[in-house]
Design a protein around this ligand. Sequence first.
Ligand SMILES: [Zn+2]
Length: 267
Amino acid sequence: MRRRPAHNGRLTPTDADMPNPPASPPAATPPRLFRSEEELARLPASERIRYRLVDCGRRYHANDNIADCVRGGELAELTAEVQAKLQDVLHTLVIDTESDHNTQETAKRVARMFIDEVFRGRYHPMPAVTEFPNAERLNELMIVGPITVRSACSHHLCPIFGKVWIGLLPNEHSNLIGLSKYARICDWVMTRPQIQEVAVTMLANELQRRVRPDGLAIVMEADHFCMHWRGVKDSNTAMVNSVMRGAFLKDANLRREFLALLPRKNA
Ligand SMILES: [Zn+2]
């Protein structure tokens, strides 16, 4: 690559190019690396939340939950920001949202849909899940499912619809959670822009942490609308992913038993 010379043909400025140096600040002034809450309050909510995430070194990919860094009232502000940007997108798509009554409220509807519904699992904390000890010392294969999955791919933000089956082999030290709670945790992980193979691993990690079973198996089968609606427009493709941990990895019979019990779509 060629270096671009400065205006005067020299590559680097010399002292003669520089204006009079500003008066140096008093030595006691600390560098302003951190923003005060007052300064943060003047920023848009999205910048405030991002500042906190960066400040505590947190990743904020599409499928990460960021609820810890969102304060009260900020989701309403975030929704208003998203609405304004979506209004710009509609304008740039040359859609007359003023006379077309169908699109007058579209930006608002989609902003609410993103924050409160389809990407809810990014902005809201995990639903409360009560764990109770395995008093009966259950140690037989348990299967939960099919749990309906509604998600979106992070590549196109197109819907992903599918089903999840969870297999568990509890031990006497496992915590048990109510059946409906598996669906709640699954929904929390899936209502984010996701990548299916990562989503099943995230779900496995959440369940592993809470239930601490001897074995955990998850199978997810889903339709990706970015395959049906656009791209190759193939309506018969479904994606299947599985995660096998502990006893399900070591014991082929257990794995077979679990897989044989799944009532799969085309079986
Ligand atoms: Zn996609």
